[in-house]
Design a protein around this ligand. Structure first.
Ligand SMILES: NC(=O)C1=CN([C@@H]2O[C@H](COP(=O)(O)OP(=O)(O)OC[C@H]3O[C@@H](n4cnc5c(N)ncnc54)[C@H](OP(=O)(O)O)[C@@H]3O)[C@@H](O)[C@H]2O)C=CC1
Ligand SMILES: [Fe+3]
Length: 492
């Protein structure tokens, strides 16, 4: 590595990068080898951030006009490396790295950024960045800009995809690339030495890393409620008195399961916030780390909320299709026949009409608010909101959605839960079980709204700490005391 030899120059360049330079000839020149898709996205982003870019192609004349913005120069690979002050991106596939060996001396002393992704998950292979470092021992190889899709490079999407992972054996070169990433509007994460490069390269291959837990939770809830409803409504009546309800399996049982899963999942979105608030109140500080399980749970709320939304949407569609079923037609005809036989002319029951209307209205409103929550959780929409608006939508409207869904279920149950007929085989209806978590959350939220608790929590979230956390020789809060650089989770 060239860290010793190039240190003063690299440091100088790093400080250059940190300055907000006007778009002029003084802008740092960045070289990109390769004129493919990634190169194009990177170049657009770089020029947009005030850098001058020279793309190095094997055949510059073959690169169509308009592929790159006008401010990007497309030259030969040699010219691009020569023009680049310090940083050269290798935006070519790793299989072709050896084709650059002839340029080794030109690349000596420069920072060579490897952006390649792995194509397969292997535990024994050398990473692409390590291969590049072996091929170019006189250059400082920095691994970086992975996980970011070409789309994110172009749009600068304000979500997790803004995070770029960076590692290198040369700390000065790494510092420079970290600063470059920051100037490009990303949130770079320093992962240490080049040993971390394989993990970085393989990161994009790991599918839905943050969805595993929420999907598994939803699946377990689905299996539990489906099994429970099957047992209570279908299997036990069949074993008991040969009542054949198996026709309910594909639609009715699924439609009873979905709202139960949706309700519990939605409660699981708001439960960790309450638990976190209880932790903060109990500890009297917000600077102490939450337990890992709570941290992890808090980070999965968006996914749980979206899965709850999916179940609710499916429940809405299933419910609308219920009347289209053959079974619904037969049931209606049978009921009409029995009514005629019994000589009943008017079957209108005012109370049941109110019940059905309130039940439907709460359901529709709850679904509407949940849809709004799902839309605002999209990065492009969420970014258009300021912090207070986002908190209002995600927390205020979130609780409204939970309350409406709970009321929808309560109106569905009406007073049925109090009749002995609701407990065949001593099993309560599934919706009663599903009501437990949201009721805990709503009651917990009301409890936290008690003024003395709200005020204490607000103080803690503004940085106040209980006296037990003051250092012995500095009994004044806020004095020279340094906050723990740990958990700072306000959004609970
Ligand atoms: N960090 C991230 O998230 C992402 C990283 N990548 C990585 O970026 C790299 C480039 O990907 P992408 O732009 O999609 O690929 P493309 O196939 O679109 O472009 C590759 C370019 O490499 C150049 N090249 C240089 N030498 C050779 C050679 N010997 N044979 C063939 N081509 C050569 C070509 O440009 P020319 O003909 O002008 O020389 C070609 O346009 C890959 O390593 C990929 O893994 C890609 C997407 C996202
Ligand atoms: Fe419903």
């Amino acid at each position: 590595m060239q860290s010793d030899m190039t240190m003063p120059l690299l440091a100088e360049c790093a400080s250059d990068l940190s300055k907000s330079l006007p778009r002029s000839q003084r802008d740092p020149v960045i070289g990109i080898i390769g004129s493919g898709d990634f190169s194009r996205s990177l170049a657009i982003r770089l020029v947009g951030c005030g850098f001058r870019v020279v793309v190095g192609s094997r055949q510059p004349s073959r690169v169509a006009k308009g592929v790159f913005p006008d401010r990007v120069e497309v030259r030969s690979q040699r010219e691009a490396i020569h023009a680049a002050e310090r940083v050269v991106f290798a935006a070519i596939h790793p299989e072709h790295y050896h084709s650059l060996v002839g340029l080794r001396e030109m690349l000596a002393g420069k920072v060579l950024v490897d952006v390649s992704n792995a194509t397969t998950l292997t535990s024994h292979k050398q990473s692409n960045a390590e291969t590049l470092a072996e091929l170019f021992p006189k250059s400082s190889v920095v691994k970086g800009f992975n996980v970011v899709s070409a789309w994110a490079l172009q749009t600068g999407a304000h979500d997790g995809s803004r995070q770029v992972l960076i590692c290198s054996n040369c700390s000065d070169s790494k510092a420079m690339v970290l600063e470059l990433a920051r100037r490009m509007g990303f949130s770079p994460v320093d992962l240490g030495s080049l040993c971390a490069s394989r993990g970085i390269e393989e990161a994009p291959l790991i599918l839905f890393p943050s969805w595993g837990g929420p999907i598994l939770t939803t699946l377990i809830l689905f299996i539990f409620f489906y099994g429970y409803i099957f047992l209570r409504h279908i299997l036990l009546p069949y074993l008991d008195h040969r009542e054949n309800n198996f026709y309910q399996l594909p639609l009715v049982t699924v439609n009873q399961t979905l709202p139960a899963v949706a309700l519990v999942t939605l409660a699981l979105v708001y439960l960790p916030g309450l638990v976190a608030a209880v932790f903060q109140l109990g500890r009297g500080t917000k600077y102490k780390r939450f337990p890992c399980w709570l941290d992890c749970w808090l980070c999965r709320r968006k996914q749980l909320g979206l899965l709850s939304f999916l179940c609710t949407a499916l429940h809405a569609v299933y419910s609308m299709c219920l009347t289209l079923r053959k079974a619904a037609g037969y049931t209606l005809l049978n009921a009409a026949y029995h009514q005629v036989k019994a000589g009943i002319e008017n079957s209108w029951v005012e109370q049941l009409v109110w019940r059905a209307d309130l039940y439907l209205s709460c359901g529709i409103l709850g679904f509407g608010v949940l849809t709004l929550l799902a839309i605002t959780s999209l990065p492009s929409v969420g970014n258009a909101l300021n912090w207070r608006e986002f908190t209002f939508v995600q927390s205020g409207l979130g609780y409204a959605a939970l309350a409406l869904s709970t009321m929808h279920t309560l109106f569905f149950g009406w007073d049925f839960a109090f009749s002995p007929g609701a407990y065949p085989y001593y099993l309560p209806p599934a919706y009663l079980l599903a009501l437990i978590p949201p009721c805990i959350v709503l009651v917990g939220r009301l409890f936290l709204a008690v003024p003395c608790l709200t005020l204490r929590l607000a103080k803690i979230r503004k940085g106040w700490e209980s006296t037990q956390y003051w250092p012995v020789n500095n009994q004044e809060p806020g004095g020279s005391r340094e906050a723990h650089p740990q958990q700072n989770f306000d959004d609970v």
